[in-house]
Design a protein around this ligand. Structure first.
Ligand code: A3P
Length: 285
């Protein structure tokens, strides 16, 4: 399972990508009505897929409870071999982890709406580390320390978090794009859902909001087999090694970083992010 595909200078799990599927993704004919969720892994992708499902179903939980998330909002880079694009929906939901430099030029040719979700990279690296233990299509992370080094160097699968975030932040003037953080979803799911409904032009009444809040809670998603990846066979995701819906909290990095790791991380973060300030959204201390 553990095969690496290299694409645009980035390592990607070969189990989830092929040369053909990536070629297909980067020539994909987006429609103006498409809604594309873009994230660096472990930043709240599945959460956003669930939120948009509930928003478009007007609060009806049936689709979220009967259709796996990867069919409700398929990965662009997998459509080629999985199919599963819900062509009957007025708005197709599509998900991608691809960097802006390969995907944004293509999106710019349409009026598709893009939702970019970012998360405190200190929490991303912790979540990604545990995900590497669970996902058999990703390399063995060896140790948290080793993994952290690779994350900071940008040599992990999916490439550099810094490049991903900065690349997509650079699209503000070029795309119809909505930026949101995992931390905002945590702090104010209702308010964020309302802003999303305005951005998408999808009305959101009080009852829908109520249902959305309930079905998109961590507890509800942890127990929803259509969102928690327990349908995936053990050879691909070994759930004896941990859960996909692991903790769902803000600031878990504080229980994982040593003072030395923290100092190293801060140094790289300050250097890489000197032109962008996202610290209003998350705490680095
Ligand atoms: P943790 O490993 O920190 O728990 P992605 O979907 O991009 O792979 O991100 C997965 C992360 O989002 C995991 O983080 C997961 O627990 C968290 N997550 C998923 N649904 C959530 C929810 N409803 N509330 C809070 N966190 C959620």
């Amino acid at each position: 399972l553990e095969v690496t595909e290299t694409f645009a200078g980035i390592a990607l799990p070969g189990h989830l990508h092929t040369k053909e599927s990536l070629q297909f993704a980067t020539t994909f004919p987006f429609r103006d009505t498409d809604v594309v969720i873009v994230t660096y892994p472990k930043s709240g992708t599945t959460w956003m897929q669930e939120i948009l499902t509930l928003l478009y179903s007007r609060g009806d939980a049936l689709p979220a409870k009967t259709i796996p998330n990867w069919e409700r909002a398929p990965w662009l880079e997998q459509i080629h071999f999985r199919g599963a694009l819900r062509d009957t929906a007025a708005h197709r939901l599509i998900t991608s982890h691809l960097p802006a430099r390969v995907l944004a030029p293509l999106l710019q040719r349409s009026k598709a709406k893009v939702i970019y979700v970012a998360r405190n990279p200190k929490d991303v690296v912790v979540s990604f580390y545990y995900f590497h233990r669970l996902a058999k299509f990703l390399p063995d992370p060896v140790s948290f320390d080793a993994f952290l080094q690779q994350f900071l160097e940008g040599t992990v699968h999916y490439g550099s978090w810094f490049d991903h975030v900065k690349g997509w932040l650079g699209q503000r003037q070029l795309l119809d794009i909505f930026y949101v953080t995992y931390e905002e979803l945590h702090q104010d799911l209702r308010g964020t859902a309302q802003r999303l409904s305005t951005f998408l032009g999808c009305p959101l009444g009080p009852e829908t909001l109520e249902a959305l809040e309930q079905h998109c809670s961590f507890a509800a998603m942890r127990d929803n087999a259509m969102a928690n990846y327990t349908l995936i066979p053990r050879e691909i995701m070994d759930h004896s090694q941990g859960r996909f819906m692991r903790k769902g909290v803000v600031g878990d990095w504080r229980d994982h970083f040593s003072p030395l790791q923290n100092a190293l991380f801060n140094r790289v973060y300050q250097e890489e992010m000197r032109d962008v300030d996202l610290s209003v959204h998350w705490s680095m201390v």
